[in-house]
Ligand binder design. Structure first.
Ligand SMILES: Nc1nc2c(ncn2[C@@H]2O[C@H](COP(=O)(O)OP(=O)(O)OP(=O)(O)O)[C@@H](O)[C@H]2O)c(=O)[nH]1
Ligand SMILES: [Mg+2]
Length: 349
């Protein structure tokens, strides 16, 4: 996955250790003591410059540029990081990189003819001091980048070319339980709302012997989402927004889970309102309504496609069959597909 290439972000102290430590191992040869000291100092300055330039450049370049990301990821970054924080931290690190290069280039210029050991030592102490304080000044942006990296690495690892089913519904209705029985994924299941806090991916592989080879194996990507409440988008929390984003951007099909038992803690009327809302916000995406917890209660309602129990597995084979029958090869989101296929990461610069 493209986001995995974001490197570990070092602290200012670690960056100093890395740059000054490596530079200190460099010594240049010359029969003349003064020339030896001059060449060594120059080589060390150059090493410090190159190490910090490379490292900081990589930090900025490996974070995706917001404008070049597919909308799903852009919106996730805006939601979980915010655009301002993202741009400020990357900008701060990049400015520091430029200033560090400037300081070291100037220092090299100043000592290029200097052969007095004491003067060279003093120049080195001063220059390292300036570089250190520039690095200390970006302590906050660097720690922000380290946080962003953690957040981004947790983004759902989508795979290109797979039909994507997004499971949605109120909290605690049994969405993750369904993902567990349908796929190899093992999302957390618990008897309280908002157990699932972010979109997670599971894969489902269905072998259908006896079919033409092109149809003999079907692979589906299932996205488990946090619960959604039937309230206006402006009142939703960041956890709910992640479900809404997955629905809006990732769904080739929606599996709407409704719990008729009341065990989830939300009335059926509220779940019906949410269903209507989901249909309205993502029109045109095929949607099936699944009633969960069929081992406890089954309704006679006609607007239900399937009734399932993840305890007795009642209805699960039918659910699998109806998912497989809906699979189409045409991606609903060509832009996202292109991004997932591309090995190249859009650069942050
Ligand atoms: N009796 C019964 N209980 C179920 C069934 N499916 C899920 N549950 C229970 O319902 C509770 C919620 O299940 P989850 O799968 O975590 O529900 P969720 O919709 O993912 O919940 P959030 O992640 O909080 O939105 C758990 O206590 C499950 O054991 C079922 O088919 N029958
Ligand atoms: Mg869940």
């Amino acid at each position: 996955m493209a986001f995995q290439s974001i490197p570990t972000i070092l602290t200012p102290e670690e960056l100093m250790d890395k740059a000054f430590g490596r530079a200190s191992k460099i010594t240049k040869e010359d029969r003349d003591k003064g020339h030896r000291a001059r060449k060594t100092t120059l080589a060390r300055f150059e090493a410090v410059r190159n190490i910090l330039d490379d490292t900081l450049y990589r930090y900025v370049a490996k974070f995706p540029s917001l404008d070049q990301l597919p909308p799903y990821y852009q919106e996730l970054i805006r939601l979980l990081i915010t655009e301002d924080r993202y741009r400020m931290a990357l900008g701060g690190v990049d400015r520091a990189r430029h200033n560090i290069i400037k300081i070291l280039n100037r220092a090299m210029q100043q000592v290029r003819h200097e052969t007095d050991g004491d003067v060279l030592d003093k120049a080195r102490r001063q220059t390292y001091g300036r570089v250190s304080s520039l690095l200390k000044d970006i302590e906050k942006p660097l720690s922000e980048l380290a946080d962003f990296r953690k957040t981004i690495k947790r983004f759902p690892g989508l795979r290109p070319g797979l039909f994507t089913v997004v499971i949605a519904g109120h909290p605690n209705v049994g969405k993750s339980s369904i993902i567990r029985v349908l796929s190899k994924a093992e999302p957390e299941v618990a008897s309280y709302p908002f157990t699932t806090k972010a979109a997670n991916v599971g894969h489902m592989v269905i072998d259908r012997p006896g079919r033409r080879w092109s149809e003999s194996r079907v692979e589906i990507q299932l996205i488990d989402t946090p619960g959604l409440l039937d309230r206006p988008a402006s009142e939703r929390n960041a956890i709910e927004h992640q479900a809404a984003l997955a629905l809006k951007h990732l769904a080739d099909m929606i599996l709407y889970v409704r719990d008729p038992t009341g065990h989830c803690g939300y009335p059926v009327e509220a779940q019906d309102r949410l269903l209507a809302e989901v249909r309205e916000t993502v029109p045109g995406v095929p949607l099936i309504v699944v009633e969960s917890k069929a081992d406890i209660k089954r309704t006679e309602r006609e607007d239900v496609d399937l009734r399932v129990s993840t305890k007795t597995l009642d209805g699960i084979p039918d659910l699998t069959e109806s998912l497989v029958n809906t699979v189409t090869t045409k991606p609903a989101n060509p832009e996202l597909e292109a991004f997932l296929r591309g090995e190249e990461m859009p650069s942050g610069r």
